[in-house]
Unconditional design. Structure first.
Length: 275
């Protein structure tokens, strides 16, 4: 009986630890989202690690002017964020987590109120005391109607992707768009989360797989793939520049993929696409 009670105490303690961990990561991400809306780079910087990977709308990889200007445009003012969903998966043993969420952004441009569905995804890791949890990779994505995306199409020639970073992982993701299958490399352990460029294209599980198979049918191709691994090679973020065929032309989009190790094989858990 004492052993059973002891086991129950250990299990309960473990459950509470996982709950606290997930809550900590959620709060970290919410603080980052709040800092972006307030255009406070110092607060934003406190939530991310120094060597972070950053992907912004239009594929930018760094803050050039300000958070608001680089994410919403130079004329955007009075930004507010409402978090509609935030999916967090944390691993206490490996001290890492990944997240994927949806944000309703409202702001003003030339005295006109604009509402824009946004997406956020990334990786966080516990850097130990006194630093604690920090975001290692972060992506903010905007949405765009398909008709508008088509207007950004131009002349493009299909070619092999240029790869950088972790060679094995970059090659794996590049192969998805060169005769391979994105769907086949999804996680077998967790419900994957995916969003496309349209405001209605976001979901997990079966919906996510259906959306990815629709991408495969479009015959997208990659022009560049950069892979960065974290937490001793247990999780990774891959940035890929893709081309979506539009009639005889193609429109550029950027994919942010989060992959985790499962039985020594890389499996993606989150795909975030931004125009």
């Amino acid at each position: 009986m004492q052993r059973v009670v002891a086991l129950m105490v250990v299990l309960c303690a473990s459950s509470f630890a996982r709950a606290d961990l997930k809550s900590d990561v959620e709060q970290l991400v919410k603080t980052n989202i709040k800092a972006v809306a307030a255009d406070k780079f110092r607060d934003f910087d406190r939530t991310v690690t120094g060597g972070r990977v950053l992907v912004l709308p239009d594929g930018k990889s760094a803050i050039d002017k300000s958070l608001v200007a680089d994410i919403y445009g130079p004329k955007a003012k009075k930004v507010t964020h409402k978090i509609e969903s935030l999916h967090v998966v944390a691993d206490a043993a490996k001290k890492l987590a990944w997240f994927h969420g949806s944000i309703a952004a409202t702001f003003v441009v030339d005295k006109k109120r604009v509402q824009l569905p946004m997406r956020i995804s990334g990786i966080a890791a516990d850097e130990g005391a006194p630093v604690g949890w920090k975001i290692q990779a972060l992506m903010y994505a905007r949405t765009m109607p398909d008709k508008e995306l088509a207007t950004h199409a131009g002349e493009a020639t299909r070619a092999s992707a240029k790869t950088s970073g972790d060679a094995t992982l970059a090659k794996l993701v590049a192969a998805w768009f060169d005769g391979g299958s994105i769907a086949n490399d999804r996680s077998k352990n967790v419900a994957v989360v995916v969003n496309g460029t349209s405001s209605v294209e976001i979901g997990d599980g079966a919906f996510a797989v259906k959306l990815v198979k629709a991408w495969e049918a479009l015959k997208l191709w990659a022009t560049s793939v950069e892979a960065t691994v974290f937490a001793g090679g247990e999780i990774a973020f891959v940035r890929a520049e893709l081309m979506i065929p539009v009639d005889q032309q193609a429109a550029k989009v950027v994919l942010g993929a989060i992959l985790a190790k499962e039985n020594n094989a890389w499996r993606w858990v989150s795909l975030n696409l931004t125009p």
